[in-house]
Design a protein around this ligand. Structure first.
Ligand code: UDP
Ligand code: MN
Length: 367
């Protein structure tokens, strides 16, 4: 009898052990959520996060309890099955430029991304892009070229809503826009100082986002009007906070960057600090990120003014200070804002957007 009893005890112990193991396995917190949710449902989750009503509730800027903590869902990238494209490599590619920042944000250069793949991914997300452009005073002369070339190159095939801010609404040209693209004109007062016109953009973009833009757009880009598109500017530029590297300084030592150097200013960047010199003429990202950027830069600009100080390059200086602390999640190479007067450097394979040559004395209200 003795050996049979010990066998039964062993079997019972093994059974208990198996049941404990089974119990632990079943109760892994992530197991059922993944296995029981079919792919279609995962897609639904992504869509639901982005639906205007839920987004509005979650991120209405005025009601934010913690404005410095932004959670986005942009990293869930779903590609259509069976899409054919060139095999990617991690050992072959461009070697003449740096494609990632020290905080691991991509730096976008021609030849580093697949436009068709990216468009396919973002088509599924049904994204909407807002673009702001200011044309105050004589700067309305730049609108026609800006808007016409945007039709040819800026997020072609996507929903785009251009917001033109001007004091001369009657001078906004009629430009034929493709299906899914529209233009809204917003009236703004003129000013006797170009510095003020340029800097006030931050406040007006902040207000635009607060005026319920969440119902109409997912991403926003803020662009100078004295510029034109020459090549694709599309889904490769999307990110949380997107900065564009200024074409004038990217080969220079940081000591030569025209940051605000007076410690009294809120735009101050100390010697030996700063990553890149970013453009004030092009930046963007999600509505939440751009709202925080414009609000911060505007507030700092006003608080500086109260103390009688204006940063060296107005809102561009504040933006550079902001991006030193708040690192952009995507950095666009100078392909995304070149200057027409500047010969193309060899690493710039394609100029996508550039500032046109202008006669400052003829178009600005002051010198
Ligand atoms: N701007 C404007 N009217 C002015 C001055 C500036 O509408 O009288 C706007 C316009 O959108 C312009 C931007 O502010 O593109 C920045 O100014 P600007 O292009 O003259 O600066 P730059 O690119 O030469 O530094
Ligand atoms: Mn400009």
């Amino acid at each position: 009898m003795q050996p049979i009893n010990s066998k039964i005890v062993t079997v019972i112990l093994v059974l208990i052990l198996l049941m404990v193991l089974l119990y632990c396995y079943i109760n892994q917190p992530y197991r059922f959520s993944i296995i029981s949710a079919p792919l279609s449902e995962l897609n639904e989750i992504t869509k639901t996060n982005r639906s205007p009503s839920s987004e509005q509730k979650a991120i209405t800027p005025n009601n934010r309890s913690d404005p410095t903590h932004i959670v986005t869902h942009e990293f869930h990238l779903v590609a259509p099955d069976h899409l054919q494209y060139q095999q990617p490599s991690i050992v072959f590619g461009r070697t003449d430029v740096v494609m990632v920042t020290p905080w691991l944000a991509p730096v976008v250069w021609e030849g580093t991304f697949n436009p068709n793949l990216l468009d396919s991914i973002y088509k599924l997300k049904n994204i909407r892009i807002a673009a702001t452009v200011f044309a105050v005073g004589k700067y309305t002369i730049f609108l026609k070229n800006f808007l016409e070339t945007a039709e040819q190159h800026f997020f072609v095939g996507f929903q785009v809503h251009v917001y033109v801010f001007t004091d001369r609404p009657l001078d906004v040209p009629q430009v034929k826009m493709s299906a899914g693209r529209q233009l809204t004109v917003r009236s703004v007062p003129n000013s006797q100082r170009w510095q003020e016109i340029s800097a006030r953009r931050m406040e007006l973009i902040q207000k635009l986002i607060e005026d319920n833009l969440h119902s109409y757009a997912d991403y926003i880009f803020c662009l100078d009007v004295d510029s034109q598109f020459h090549g694709r500017w599309g889904t490769e530029s999307l990110g949380g906070l997107v900065g564009v590297i200024h074409p004038g300084y990217y080969r220079d030592d940081r000591s030569r960057f025209p940051y605000e150097r007076r410690p009294e200013s809120r735009a101050y960047v100390a010697p030996g600090e700063g990553d890149f010199y970013y453009c004030g003429g092009a930046f963007g990202g999600t509505l939440e990120e751009v709202h925080l950027l414009t609000k911060t830069c505007h507030t700092n600009f006003i608080d500086d003014a109260k103390e009688g100080i204006e940063a060296a390059w107005q809102e561009e200086s504040h933006l550079n200070r902001y991006m030193w602390i708040n690192k952009p999640s995507k950095v666009l190479s100078p392909e995304y804002l070149w200057q027409d007067f500047k010969p193309r450097n060899p690493e710039v394979h394609l100029v996508r957007f550039s500032g046109v040559i202008k006669n400052y004395a003829a178009i600005r209200p002051n010198v």
